[in-house]
Design a protein around this ligand. Structure first.
Ligand SMILES: *Cc1c(COP(=O)(O)O)cnc(C)c1O
Length: 480
């Protein structure tokens, strides 16, 4: 609290957000209400814990600590050292790793910066790397470029070449990748994806990288929670480096981790290369509030209850897949092994953009996504759905069946709206979805389903929030 002698210029330091900045508080309240009254199906999102949010919002944000525990550029880091050492220990424990064989850097600000630091550690500028192509479910940071433009740092500063999924099976084409690697001679192969509903054959990739003398890196940003819970194949058995985000299936704060092997036969010191790449090559001071939040998350991940959560995420994704295929809809690979499904909308003659738009109006948050064989990357023919967040709101398979029915009705409404719009243009589609017009029914169907979705969503708790006292904030209109 401020004291009687606190000068005016410092009084502001003691006022709570709601008092000093009602405008930002109102935005936070509206976003909280949106998360409470909607259904979150974005596969890369999750709902983190109260403890994680407390750590993330803590006083640790004040401290500079460039360097590593025991070797910092600033003083006053005795407790920050303790924190970072604890976080590293918990990271190895959460993924069942032997500290003699694996090390970890817990400082990356996000998945993208973790990946660029890993590339910096493993490669020289303009070295060759291969990653899964973006339209096939890969990530921007694995080397994305178009005919006209190198899109990301991973393709600007390195020579990247994509591998693909096989059109017939929609599974990773390991044989094709192996043949391409013989010609392209990559120094690094990256596996892992943002939109791939099946598991990886790390052993097959290792055969290729061993023959080529290349590094093998897994980016398990999406699936790390399921990997830690031992519900998917273990990339640590085969890879030299494993990167991840901490906010997707792992259910922590927004950040990244880089795991590296310490037992390389040729004596290469990956530990030093990775640590130097994170700081000073790519980042400055670590976000210690975030590192505390990661540590708290990893404590949770190491509990038996997290394994039960991860199992339920997968069961829920499979229930979602079954619910949709029961209506005759087409899913890429016909189902899922993990937390996500890819829904191919092209047989319905709908685009991902239109379904994303309708779902947004309905309070169902999803994203448009390319599906195998899309003619144009600009108009993705599918959507991506994940069950991590709904599982964090306590939903089980029977509840997910209700969500599948909501999605079925959303798509049927999208078909009605497309007909009533009279053209294929997105703006005409949005117009009929949002404006009442005589003789047209789509608008009313959107309103009705929105109400049903809202009433259903409000039945569930929201992690980290006391919903008993939650009230609709100023600036949000709702019919009852
Ligand atoms: C989400 C994701 C990232 C990027 O993470 P950010 O925290 O958004 O930077 C990297 N790789 C993969 C595979 C991802 O899915």
């Amino acid at each position: 609290m401020a004291t009687p002698t606190t000068p005016d210029f410092n009084k502001v330091l003691y006022k709570p957000l709601a008092e000093i900045d009602p405008e930002v508080q109102n935005i936070i309240d509206k976003e909280t209400w949106r998360q409470f009254t909607g259904l979150e199906l974005i596969a890369s999102e999750n709902l983190t814990s109260l403890a994680t949010m407390e750590a993330n919002g803590s006083i640790l944000t004040n401290k500079y600590s460039e360097g590593l525990p025991g070797a910092r550029y600033y003083g006053g880091n005795e407790y920050i050292d303790e924190l970072e050492i604890l976080c590293r220990k918990r990271a190895l424990e959460a993924f069942n790793l032997d500290p003699a064989i694996w090390g970890v850097n817990v400082q990356p600000y996000s998945g993208s910066t973790a990946n660029f630091a890993a590339l910096t550690a493993l490669l020289q500028p303009q070295d060759r790397l291969m990653g899964l192509g973006l339209p096939d479910g890969g990530h921007l940071t694995h080397g994305y470029y178009t005919a006209k433009k190198k899109m990301t740092a991973s393709s600007i500063y390195f020579q990247s070449f994509p591998y693909a999924i096989a059109p017939s099976t929609q599974l990773i084409d390991y044989a094709g990748l192996d043949a391409q690697a013989k010609i392209f001679k990559p120094r690094l192969i990256i596996c892992g994806a943002s939109a791939y509903p099946r598991d990886w054959d790390y052993g097959a990739l290792k055969k290729t990288t061993e023959r080529e003398g290349a590094w093998l890196m897994a980016d398990i940003a999406h699936t790390s929670g399921l990997v830690a819970a031992q519900q998917l194949n273990n990339p640590f058995e085969y890879c030299d480096v494993v990167t991840t985000t901490t906010h997707k299936t792992l259910r922590g704060p927004r950040a990244g981790l880089i795991f590296f092997r310490k037992d390389l036969k040729d004596g290469q010191d990956l530990e030093k290369r990775v640590n130097d790449a994170v700081f000073p090559a790519c980042q400055g001071g670590p976000h210690n509030n975030t590192i505390a939040a990661i540590a708290t998350t990893l404590l949770q991940v190491a509990q038996p209850s997290f394994r039960a959560y991860a199992k339920q995420v997968i069961l829920n994704a499979q229930a979602l897949a079954t619910g949709l295929t029961a209506h005759g809809y087409k899913l890429q690979t016909d189902g899922t092994d993990n937390h996500l499904v890819l829904w191919d909308l092209r047989p319905l003659k709908l685009t991902g953009s239109k379904v994303e738009k309708v779902c947004d109006l309905l309070g169902i948050t999803i994203n448009k996504n390319a599906v195998s064989g899309d003619a144009s990357a600009q108009t993705p023919g599918g959507i991506r759905l994940g069950t991590s967040a709904l599982t964090s709101r306590d939903m089980l398979e029977d509840d997910i069946k209700v969500v599948a029915e909501f999605l079925h009705r959303s798509v049927q409404i999208a078909l009605t709206l497309q007909k009533e719009a009279g053209t294929k243009m997105l703006k005409d589609f949005i117009h009929v979805a949002t404006t009442e017009q005589p003789g047209k029914v789509g608008f009313k169907q959107v309103q009705d389903l929105r109400r049903e979705v809202r009433n259903f969503a409000k039945k569930w708790p929201l992690p980290g929030v006391d919903i008993s006292g939650l009230q609709r904030p100023r600036g949000i209109e709702e019919d009852e």
